[in-house]
Design a protein around this ligand. Structure first.
Ligand SMILES: *Cc1c(COP(=O)(O)O)cnc(C)c1O
Length: 426
């Protein structure tokens, strides 16, 4: 087809392309290994001279079909699935960083990523500076150092719901000669495609809306192919100088725009092995088929719930960028004109104690360590996901101690609101 297809069509039709007599539905290639006829054929695969499957830790046809669908949804050139969103963010950064390097990250990010960058990657010798994503560009620019290799942020931050000014961040990254990596988990490519605004690499926790049914943990990295690694060859030596573990291949020379994902697959996946199981990729693909439909309903329902909460006098504050007086309303209209996501945060008058009591009284909305699911779910980050953080760190990450993260599902909005109302009145 010559025309670029629309997002709903890509969700259904992209990825698996059966040929004559092949299964219509994406098969689960439940096989660790793949057969060849000669030793020579297999040898060429190990030298990256031919492309083909040989061992599922490196590549698997089920996973590749699903990665191709997400890549097309994002408008990128190549993608890979990972075992989790954590693995996706780790690989996305580690693919271009090593001991002695530094990254700049928005401070308002998922708690797991905050720990990954602030604790675990520091132990590997990769330093991070956290910045306020709402700060002026000049302020954020001060965090950059000669050894800075990437700028990282989330499209809509979990759970603080900051909407990223993607163009501002892309400009800052590019004026310092580094790529912008955007975690697009909450918006999904249905509502926002960060590459259209200058982001270079996109990551996902596919565990959330993409899977959509709380069935399987997974992640994905997509490359736009737009960042010119050769222009900053001294900075990104892992991509622009010979890889001794592949007989001196230079990824940018041999693979051009596919260099970044090829290195992540051939080197990081080979050595670290955080693959998604083909079974989970199959389930993820079913989720992706209805992603566009579900996102529309999540956003419609969240808008109704947010408006209800905003008009209720037991509620101290509501944060949802769909509300007209929200700090991020204009940014959301620019980057996500069709809707943002189904996640709302709010606090109750009476603070932390009242928030916890309210949650315990909910009947339809379940208290789960999960978000962005078909079922309405609720969490108190200060007591759950962000429990390790001090109150000071919580505020730095944009998480008020009384913040309730309310993930609006695709049930009937009236039933969700009725549940909130009965819990507030108890
Ligand atoms: C959940 C989440 C992650 C981590 O993903 P897992 O699949 O749980 O490992 C990363 N980023 C964001 C924005 C998330 O919501």
């Amino acid at each position: 087809m010559s025309n670029k297809r629309n997002i709903e069509t890509i969700c259904i039709q992209s990825g698996w392309q059966p040929k004559k007599g092949e299964p219509r539905v994406l098969p689960i290639y439940q096989s660790t290994t793949f057969k060849y006829e000669t030793s020579e054929q297999m040898g060429r695969l190990f030298d990256l001279e031919d492309s083909g499957y040989f061992y599922t830790r490196l590549q698997n046809p089920t996973n590749d079909a699903v990665a191709a669908k997400i890549t097309e949804l994002e408008g990128g050139v190549a993608g890979m699935l990972t075992s989790s969103g954590q693995a996706a963010n780790f690989y996305a950064v580690f693919n271009i960083c090593e001991a002695g390097d530094h990254i700049v990250s928005a401070a308002h990010i998922y708690g797991g990523t905050f720990n990954l960058f602030g604790v675990t990657m520091k132990k590997l010798g990769i330093d991070v500076t956290f910045v306020d994503p709402d700060a002026p560009a000049e302020e954020i620019a001060k965090a950059f150092k000669p050894n800075t290799k990437a700028l990282f942020a989330e499209t809509i931050s979990n759970p603080s719901l900051v909407v990223l000014d993607i163009e501002k961040f892309a400009d800052i990254a590019h004026s310092h000669g580094v790529p912008l990596i955007v975690d697009n988990t909450f918006a999904t490519p249905v509502n926002c495609r960060p590459f259209e605004w200058g982001a270079d690499i996109v990551t996902h926790s596919t565990t959330k809306y993409m899977d959509g049914h709380a069935m399987s943990v997974g992640g994905c990295i997509v490359d736009s192919g737009n960042f010119d690694w050769n222009k900053y060859a001294d900075k990104f030596k892992g991509l622009t100088t010979p890889d001794d573990s592949y007989h001196g291949i230079v990824y940018t020379e041999k693979f051009g725009k596919l260099a970044y994902i090829t290195k992540a697959t051939a080197q990081l996946m080979r050595d670290l092995g955080s693959i998604q199981s083909p079974q989970n990729a199959f389930l993820l693909n079913i989720g992706l088929e209805t992603l566009a439909l579900r996102m529309k309903k999540h956003c419609e329902n969240a808008q109704k719930v947010a408006e209800y909460l905003a008009s209720n006098d037991k509620v101290a504050w509501v944060n949802y960028c769909g509300l007209k007086d929200n700090k991020y309303h204009e940014l959301a209209k620019k980057y996500m004109p069709d809707g943002s996501c189904g996640v709302i945060s709010f606090g109750l008058k009476g603070g932390r104690e009242e928030s916890i009591k309210f949650m315990d009284n909910l009947e339809l909305a379940a208290i789960v360590t999960h978000v962005a699911d078909a079922r309405t779910s609720v969490l108190h980050p200060a007591s759950h996901t962000h429990r390790q953080m001090t109150d000071e760190q919580l505020l730095e990450a944009g998480v008020q101690p009384d913040l309730i993260r309310f993930s609006v599902g695709i049930e009937n909005a009236d039933d969700i609101i009725a549940d909130i109302e009965q819990a507030l009145n108890k």
